[in-house]
Design a protein around this ligand. Structure first.
Ligand SMILES: [Zn+2]
Ligand SMILES: [Zn+2]
Length: 281
């Protein structure tokens, strides 16, 4: 699974997962996300939602099918109103599928793949999303059976398979601390994308006021998580990615840190490695 995105707190957050055809939040809608059919919008803050009207309009312009946005139900009407306003400004309407979601709702993205919404703690209608793969697995009692036996059982109308839900990736959006691990599908997600907006010791109060995570919150949230990979996003311009990483390493046990990356650390490294003359040409 490949993630392609940009995320800085208060500025822009957009994280595409092309293999799953989903994009967590839309940011300012960089052109690379236009081919993606589903936007899972966590909340209405401008740094996460600004590009929504552009996304719908551009998809029509380049001949793509109308895009679909899943978002908190409270935002359905305001987003329709935004699209209507843009239709008046542009002089023609843009097709858009706008789907309201509540905590626990599931939406089918394609066969065997759903998006499940869950409540987060950001003080306004806000959701996180988990993309779940539904697999058909042979029931354990038939695991030793030969192929012809299984065919015979199937012909008799006996259900030899059961459905297995595999949570692939969870995105928490913007949030203050919350008992995310209590929900199986989040705790067992292969990949977890988590925000961390504040890293300096004197910023705990700011984190609380804005309902965001401070680096000191991470251990409590991540300790019980079984995720293979943790991706930190929504960092601040006040600290570089490498400084944020060093501070985080002081607050997380080694085994969690070994599974943790920062969303933009590779591009930050690339920028650092490039000779300065290339930066300006
Ligand atoms: Zn934000
Ligand atoms: Zn926010």
């Amino acid at each position: 699974m490949r993630l392609a995105g940009y995320s800085l707190g208060g500025e822009e957050t957009v994280i595409a997962v092309p293999e799953l055809n989903v994009c967590f939040d839309i940011g300012k809608c960089p052109k690379d996300v236009l081919p993606i059919d589903y936007v899972l919008l966590s909340h209405g803050h401008m740094d996460h939602a600004a590009g929504l009207a552009y996304y719908f309009s551009q998809r029509g312009f380049v001949g793509n099918s109308p895009g679909t946005v899943l978002l908190p139900t409270a935002l359905v009407e305001p987003v329709h109103s935004l699209i209507r306003s843009w239709a008046m400004i542009e002089g023609h309407p843009s097709a858009a599928n706008v789907v309201g979601m509540e905590d626990g709702d599931e939406f089918s993205l394609r066969r065997n793949l759903t998006a499940k919404a869950f409540a987060v703690n950001h003080g306004r209608p806000s959701l996180g999303f988990t993309v779940i793969e539904k697999r058909q697995k042979l029931k354990p009692e038939y695991s030793g059976a030969a192929a012809n036996e299984l065919v015979a059982l199937k012909k008799q109308g006996i259900q030899i398979q059961h459905e297995l839900a595999v949570p692939l990736i969870s995105y928490l959006g913007d949030t203050a601390p919350c008992d995310f691990a209590a929900r199986d599908f989040i705790r067992k997600s292969r990949v977890l994308i988590i925000e961390c907006t504040f890293f300096e010791p004197d910023q705990v109060r700011r984190a609380r006021a804005g309902r965001h995570l401070h680096v000191t919150d991470l251990k409590g949230i991540l300790d019980p998580m079984e995720c293979e990979q943790i991706v930190i996003c929504h960092t601040s311009r006040r600290v570089s990615i490498s400084a944020a990483k060093a501070i985080t390493a002081d607050h997380l046990p080694e085994d969690i840190m070994a599974r943790t990356v920062f969303l933009m650390e590779r591009s930050a490294e690339r920028r650092r490695r490039r000779p300065p003359s290339l930066e300006t040409t």
